[in-house]
Ligand binder design. Structure first.
Ligand code: ITT
Length: 199
C-alpha cells in the first residue's frame, strides 16, 4: 500500500493533474483530495499566500498534507501581474482581458509559478517551488487544462499552448510538476533516512 498524503484544494483540475502525475511518475504514493475551504490572504508573494493557506486548515486536517498556490505572471508589460491576483483576474477579466492588455506588443514574456506548502507529522512547514517560462500567445487556442492555459506557450513546447497539450504532456513539464517532484524527492529522502536508521 502506498504512502497516503492529503492535497487540500478546491480546484479539481489541480487535483487531477497532481494525482495523474503521481500515478505515472512516482511509485508508492497515494494522494487524497480534501476540499476543505482554504483561507486566502492577499500578499506580495506566492510563498506568503501558501503559508497562510496551509496554516488555515491546521486544526482540521490531519498531517501530512499539502496545499499548492499557483500564479500566472506576465513579466515585462505587466511587471508580473496577475501573479498573486491570478484567481481574481481569471474570475473577472479572464484570459481575454490579458490578451486585450497586451494587444499586439511583441513583449510577451510570461511564466507560471507553483509553490507547494507541505506540513509534516510534526507540523513543520516546507516549501517547494516550480517554474515554467514562456510567452503569451496572440490568441487563445486549445480546450484542455484550465485557467490561463489557452494563452500560454511554454519554451518547452513552442508550437502549442498549454491547452493544446494532453494532461500527460503538460504534466511532463509544468510548474506544478517541477514543484511536486521536489516534494517527492524530499519525501523519498526522508523515507530512506528513516529506513537506514531502523536497519
Ligand atoms: P486552491 O483551492 O488549490 O487554492 P485555486 O483555483 O484557488 O485552488 P490558485 O490560487 O493556486 O488556485 O491559482 C490561481 C489561479 O491561477 C487559478 O484559479 C487559475 O486560474 C490559475 N492557474 C493556476 N495554475 C494554473 C495552470 O496550471 N494553468 C493555468 N492556469 C492556472
Amino acid at each position: 500500500m502506498g504512502t497516503k498524503i492529503t492535497f487540500v484544494t478546491g480546484n479539481k483540475h489541480k487535483f487531477e493533474e497532481v494525482s495523474k502525475l503521481l500515478e505515472t511518475s512516482v511509485e508508492g504514493y497515494e494522494v487524497i483530495q480534501s476540499t476543505k475551504e482554504l483561507s486566502e490572504l492577499q500578499a506580495d508573494s506566492l510563498e506568503e499566500v501558501a503559508k497562510f493557506k496551509v496554516n488555515s486548515v491546521k486544526t482540521v486536517i490531519k498531517p501530512p498534507y499539502f496545499i499548492e498556490d499557483a500564479g500566472f505572471f506576465v513579466d515585462d508589460v505587466c511587471k508580473g501581474f496577475p501573479g498573486v491576483y491570478s484567481s481574481y483576474v481569471m474570475k473577472t477579466i479572464g484570459y481575454e482581458g490579458i490578451l486585450k492588455i497586451l494587444g499586439s506588443t511583441d513583449q510577451r514574456k510570461a511564466h507560471f509559478e507553483s509553490v507547494i506548502a507541505y506540513i509534516d507529522e510534526y507540523y513543520q512547514i516546507r516549501f517547494f517551488k516550480g517554474i515554467n517560462e514562456g510567452a503569451v500567445e496572440l490568441e487563445a487556442r486549445g480546450k484542455s487544462g484550465f485557467g490561463f492555459d489557452p494563452i500560454f506557450i511554454s519554451k518547452d513546447t513552442p508550437d502549442r499552448t498549454f491547452a493544446e497539450l494532453t494532461m500527460e504532456e503538460k504534466n511532463a513539464i509544468s510548474h506544478r510538476r517541477r514543484a511536486m517532484m521536489k516534494l517527492i524527492e524530499f519525501l523519498n529522502s526522508k523515507k530512506n533516512k528513516s529506513q537506514s536508521r531502523s536497519n
